[in-house]
Design a protein around this ligand. Sequence first.
Ligand code: ARG
Length: 261
Amino acid sequence: MDTFLLCPPDHFKIDYSINPWMTGDPVDNRLSQDQWLGLVKAIQESGGVVKTISPQSGLPDMVFTANAGIVSGKTFVISSMKHDERKGESTHFRKWFINEGFSVVDIVPGLSFEGCGDSLIHSNTLIGGYGYRSDLLSLEITAGALGLQLISLELVDPRYYHLDTCFCKVSDTHAIYFPDAFKSGEIEKLSGVINLIPISEADARLFMCNSMLVNETLLIPSRHSEVEKVLKNNHGIKTRPVDVGEFLKSGGSIQCLCLKI
Ligand code: ARG
Protein backbone atom coordinates (compact mmCIF):
# COMPACT_ATOMS: atom_id res chain seq x y z
CA MET A 1 0.00 0.00 0.00
CA ASP A 2 1.32 3.50 -0.81
CA THR A 3 2.31 5.27 2.43
CA PHE A 4 3.18 8.95 2.74
CA LEU A 5 4.69 11.16 5.43
CA LEU A 6 3.06 14.58 5.76
CA CYS A 7 3.53 17.51 8.14
CA PRO A 8 0.51 19.59 9.26
CA PRO A 9 0.81 23.24 8.13
CA ASP A 10 0.47 24.75 11.65
CA HIS A 11 3.57 26.90 11.14
CA PHE A 12 3.33 27.33 7.36
CA LYS A 13 3.88 30.91 6.16
CA ILE A 14 5.99 32.91 3.75
CA ASP A 15 8.76 34.27 5.93
CA TYR A 16 11.60 34.41 3.40
CA SER A 17 12.09 33.94 -0.33
CA ILE A 18 14.19 31.09 -1.70
CA ASN A 19 12.39 30.55 -5.00
CA PRO A 20 10.67 32.88 -7.50
CA TRP A 21 7.16 31.90 -6.37
CA MET A 22 7.74 33.22 -2.83
CA THR A 23 6.77 36.84 -3.41
CA GLY A 24 5.46 37.42 0.12
CA ASP A 25 1.79 36.91 -0.63
CA PRO A 26 0.37 36.22 2.89
CA VAL A 27 -0.99 32.75 3.60
CA ASP A 28 -4.57 32.27 4.75
CA ASN A 29 -3.94 29.86 7.65
CA ARG A 30 -7.45 28.54 7.90
CA LEU A 31 -7.53 27.84 4.17
CA SER A 32 -4.13 26.17 4.15
CA GLN A 33 -5.27 23.88 6.99
CA ASP A 34 -8.46 22.99 5.10
CA GLN A 35 -6.58 22.36 1.87
CA TRP A 36 -4.03 20.17 3.63
CA LEU A 37 -6.82 18.15 5.27
CA GLY A 38 -8.42 17.82 1.83
CA LEU A 39 -5.15 16.38 0.53
CA VAL A 40 -5.01 13.88 3.41
CA LYS A 41 -8.58 12.81 2.62
CA ALA A 42 -7.83 12.44 -1.10
CA ILE A 43 -4.80 10.23 -0.35
CA GLN A 44 -6.80 8.06 2.04
CA GLU A 45 -9.75 7.76 -0.34
CA SER A 46 -7.31 6.67 -3.05
CA GLY A 47 -6.20 3.82 -0.78
CA GLY A 48 -3.05 5.52 0.53
CA VAL A 49 -1.86 5.60 4.14
CA VAL A 50 -0.91 8.93 5.76
CA LYS A 51 1.62 9.25 8.59
CA THR A 52 2.53 12.59 10.12
CA ILE A 53 5.51 14.32 11.73
CA SER A 54 5.04 17.12 14.29
CA PRO A 55 5.36 20.60 12.79
CA GLN A 56 7.96 22.90 14.36
CA SER A 57 7.69 26.63 14.82
CA GLY A 58 10.31 28.60 12.90
CA LEU A 59 10.40 25.98 10.13
CA PRO A 60 7.57 27.10 7.82
CA ASP A 61 8.68 24.95 4.87
CA MET A 62 8.77 21.73 6.91
CA VAL A 63 5.31 21.12 5.49
CA PHE A 64 7.05 20.20 2.19
CA THR A 65 8.10 16.76 3.40
CA ALA A 66 9.14 15.65 -0.10
CA ASN A 67 12.34 17.61 0.47
CA ALA A 68 13.32 15.69 3.60
CA GLY A 69 15.00 12.84 1.72
CA ILE A 70 14.23 9.72 -0.28
CA VAL A 71 13.25 6.26 0.90
CA SER A 72 13.88 2.84 -0.59
CA GLY A 73 12.86 -0.14 1.51
CA LYS A 74 14.03 0.64 5.04
CA THR A 75 16.81 3.02 3.93
CA PHE A 76 16.32 6.78 4.16
CA VAL A 77 18.83 9.04 2.39
CA ILE A 78 18.43 12.26 4.34
CA SER A 79 18.57 15.64 2.62
CA SER A 80 21.11 18.33 3.08
CA MET A 81 19.13 21.48 2.32
CA LYS A 82 20.62 24.14 0.11
CA HIS A 83 19.32 27.13 2.06
CA ASP A 84 20.06 27.94 5.72
CA GLU A 85 16.37 28.73 6.27
CA ARG A 86 15.52 25.03 5.85
CA LYS A 87 18.55 23.31 7.36
CA GLY A 88 16.89 22.94 10.79
CA GLU A 89 14.27 20.56 9.40
CA SER A 90 16.65 17.61 9.08
CA THR A 91 17.07 17.01 12.84
CA HIS A 92 13.35 16.37 13.16
CA PHE A 93 13.16 14.07 10.14
CA ARG A 94 16.24 12.14 11.28
CA LYS A 95 14.59 11.46 14.66
CA TRP A 96 11.33 10.41 13.02
CA PHE A 97 12.97 7.94 10.65
CA ILE A 98 15.25 6.43 13.32
CA ASN A 99 12.19 5.98 15.54
CA GLU A 100 10.41 4.16 12.74
CA GLY A 101 13.32 1.74 12.32
CA PHE A 102 14.88 3.13 9.12
CA SER A 103 18.62 3.28 8.58
CA VAL A 104 19.61 6.84 7.76
CA VAL A 105 22.26 7.60 5.12
CA ASP A 106 23.90 11.05 5.02
CA ILE A 107 25.19 12.89 1.98
CA VAL A 108 28.81 14.08 2.16
CA PRO A 109 29.08 17.41 4.09
CA GLY A 110 29.16 20.48 1.87
CA LEU A 111 26.93 19.02 -0.81
CA SER A 112 23.25 19.77 -1.14
CA PHE A 113 20.45 17.32 -1.81
CA GLU A 114 16.71 17.99 -1.51
CA GLY A 115 15.30 14.47 -1.52
CA CYS A 116 12.18 13.70 -3.54
CA GLY A 117 12.07 17.33 -4.66
CA ASP A 118 14.89 16.34 -7.00
CA SER A 119 14.75 12.56 -7.27
CA LEU A 120 12.42 9.65 -7.85
CA ILE A 121 12.77 5.92 -8.26
CA HIS A 122 11.62 4.27 -11.48
CA SER A 123 12.27 0.50 -11.46
CA ASN A 124 16.05 0.14 -10.95
CA THR A 125 16.80 3.76 -11.83
CA LEU A 126 17.07 6.97 -9.83
CA ILE A 127 15.91 9.86 -11.98
CA GLY A 128 17.47 13.00 -10.53
CA GLY A 129 17.41 16.74 -11.22
CA TYR A 130 20.26 19.11 -10.42
CA GLY A 131 21.30 22.70 -10.96
CA TYR A 132 19.41 24.63 -8.29
CA ARG A 133 18.87 22.70 -5.05
CA SER A 134 20.74 19.42 -5.43
CA ASP A 135 24.30 18.76 -6.56
CA LEU A 136 25.03 16.17 -9.22
CA LEU A 137 27.46 14.43 -6.89
CA SER A 138 24.79 14.04 -4.21
CA LEU A 139 22.52 12.33 -6.76
CA GLU A 140 25.39 9.95 -7.56
CA ILE A 141 25.87 9.21 -3.86
CA THR A 142 22.14 8.62 -3.39
CA ALA A 143 21.88 6.25 -6.35
CA GLY A 144 24.91 4.34 -5.07
CA ALA A 145 23.50 4.09 -1.53
CA LEU A 146 20.21 2.74 -2.85
CA GLY A 147 21.76 0.39 -5.42
CA LEU A 148 20.17 2.19 -8.36
CA GLN A 149 21.55 3.42 -11.65
CA LEU A 150 21.36 7.18 -12.07
CA ILE A 151 19.90 9.24 -14.88
CA SER A 152 20.62 12.89 -14.05
CA LEU A 153 18.91 15.82 -15.74
CA GLU A 154 20.15 19.41 -15.56
CA LEU A 155 17.49 22.03 -14.78
CA VAL A 156 17.74 25.52 -16.29
CA ASP A 157 14.60 27.51 -15.36
CA PRO A 158 14.64 29.03 -11.82
CA ARG A 159 10.83 28.81 -11.62
CA TYR A 160 11.15 25.03 -11.94
CA TYR A 161 13.92 24.70 -9.40
CA HIS A 162 13.12 21.15 -8.30
CA LEU A 163 12.66 18.15 -10.59
CA ASP A 164 9.17 17.59 -9.13
CA THR A 165 8.06 20.98 -10.45
CA CYS A 166 8.76 19.98 -14.07
CA PHE A 167 8.63 16.17 -14.22
CA CYS A 168 6.06 13.73 -12.84
CA LYS A 169 5.53 10.01 -13.21
CA VAL A 170 1.82 9.56 -13.98
CA SER A 171 1.69 5.75 -14.37
CA ASP A 172 4.09 2.81 -14.44
CA THR A 173 4.98 3.62 -18.02
CA HIS A 174 4.42 7.36 -18.56
CA ALA A 175 5.62 10.71 -17.22
CA ILE A 176 4.66 14.30 -17.97
CA TYR A 177 7.32 17.01 -18.19
CA PHE A 178 7.77 20.69 -19.04
CA PRO A 179 10.38 20.82 -21.84
CA ASP A 180 11.75 24.35 -21.23
CA ALA A 181 12.78 23.49 -17.68
CA PHE A 182 15.51 21.14 -18.92
CA LYS A 183 18.85 21.91 -20.51
CA SER A 184 18.67 20.95 -24.15
CA GLY A 185 19.43 17.29 -24.80
CA GLU A 186 18.84 16.23 -21.19
CA ILE A 187 15.33 14.80 -21.38
CA GLU A 188 16.42 12.53 -24.25
CA LYS A 189 18.38 10.52 -21.66
CA LEU A 190 14.99 9.06 -20.65
CA SER A 191 14.11 7.62 -24.05
CA GLY A 192 13.56 3.90 -23.71
CA VAL A 193 13.23 4.33 -19.93
CA ILE A 194 9.79 5.96 -19.65
CA ASN A 195 7.32 7.39 -22.21
CA LEU A 196 7.26 11.17 -22.07
CA ILE A 197 4.27 13.49 -22.48
CA PRO A 198 5.19 17.20 -22.79
CA ILE A 199 2.96 19.78 -21.10
CA SER A 200 2.34 23.44 -21.94
CA GLU A 201 3.76 26.44 -20.11
CA ALA A 202 0.24 27.19 -18.82
CA ASP A 203 0.01 23.71 -17.29
CA ALA A 204 3.52 23.98 -15.87
CA ARG A 205 2.48 27.18 -14.08
CA LEU A 206 -0.45 25.32 -12.55
CA PHE A 207 2.16 22.91 -11.13
CA MET A 208 0.71 19.96 -13.02
CA CYS A 209 4.12 18.29 -12.76
CA ASN A 210 3.62 18.34 -9.00
CA SER A 211 0.78 15.84 -9.29
CA MET A 212 1.11 12.61 -7.34
CA LEU A 213 0.17 9.05 -8.04
CA VAL A 214 -1.55 7.24 -5.16
CA ASN A 215 -2.07 3.63 -6.20
CA GLU A 216 -4.08 4.04 -9.43
CA THR A 217 -5.25 7.63 -8.88
CA LEU A 218 -3.32 10.70 -10.00
CA LEU A 219 -3.96 13.61 -7.62
CA ILE A 220 -3.70 16.80 -9.67
CA PRO A 221 -3.56 20.42 -8.43
CA SER A 222 -5.97 22.00 -10.92
CA ARG A 223 -9.29 21.45 -12.69
CA HIS A 224 -8.23 23.72 -15.53
CA SER A 225 -5.28 22.02 -17.15
CA GLU A 226 -4.92 21.01 -20.78
CA VAL A 227 -3.11 17.76 -20.00
CA GLU A 228 -5.82 16.18 -17.83
CA LYS A 229 -7.95 15.25 -20.86
CA VAL A 230 -4.94 13.72 -22.61
CA LEU A 231 -4.11 11.65 -19.53
CA LYS A 232 -7.70 10.46 -19.17
CA ASN A 233 -8.69 9.94 -22.79
CA ASN A 234 -5.44 8.76 -24.36
CA HIS A 235 -3.87 6.94 -21.45
CA GLY A 236 -6.79 5.81 -19.26
CA ILE A 237 -5.35 7.53 -16.18
CA LYS A 238 -7.81 8.25 -13.37
CA THR A 239 -7.39 11.81 -12.05
CA ARG A 240 -8.67 13.64 -8.97
CA PRO A 241 -8.25 17.40 -8.53
CA VAL A 242 -7.08 18.54 -5.08
CA ASP A 243 -6.83 22.27 -4.43
CA VAL A 244 -3.69 23.17 -2.47
CA GLY A 245 -3.42 26.69 -3.91
CA GLU A 246 -2.21 28.31 -0.66
CA PHE A 247 1.00 26.28 -0.89
CA LEU A 248 1.73 27.58 -4.38
CA LYS A 249 2.57 30.89 -2.66
CA SER A 250 5.64 29.06 -1.39
CA GLY A 251 6.39 27.34 -4.70
CA GLY A 252 4.96 23.97 -3.74
CA SER A 253 1.96 21.79 -4.43
CA ILE A 254 0.69 18.22 -3.96
CA GLN A 255 3.82 16.12 -4.46
CA CYS A 256 5.96 18.59 -2.44
CA LEU A 257 3.65 18.09 0.53
CA CYS A 258 4.15 14.32 0.61
CA LEU A 259 7.10 12.00 1.11
CA LYS A 260 6.57 8.46 -0.11
CA ILE A 261 7.97 6.08 2.49
N1 ARG B 1 9.29 27.01 -0.24
C1 ARG B 1 9.83 25.71 -0.46
C2 ARG B 1 11.27 25.84 -0.96
O1 ARG B 1 11.53 26.69 -1.76
C3 ARG B 1 9.01 24.93 -1.44
C4 ARG B 1 9.46 23.51 -1.58
C5 ARG B 1 8.70 22.76 -2.61
N2 ARG B 1 9.02 21.41 -2.58
C6 ARG B 1 9.20 20.63 -3.67
N3 ARG B 1 9.36 19.37 -3.48
N4 ARG B 1 9.28 21.14 -4.88
O2 ARG B 1 12.14 25.11 -0.57
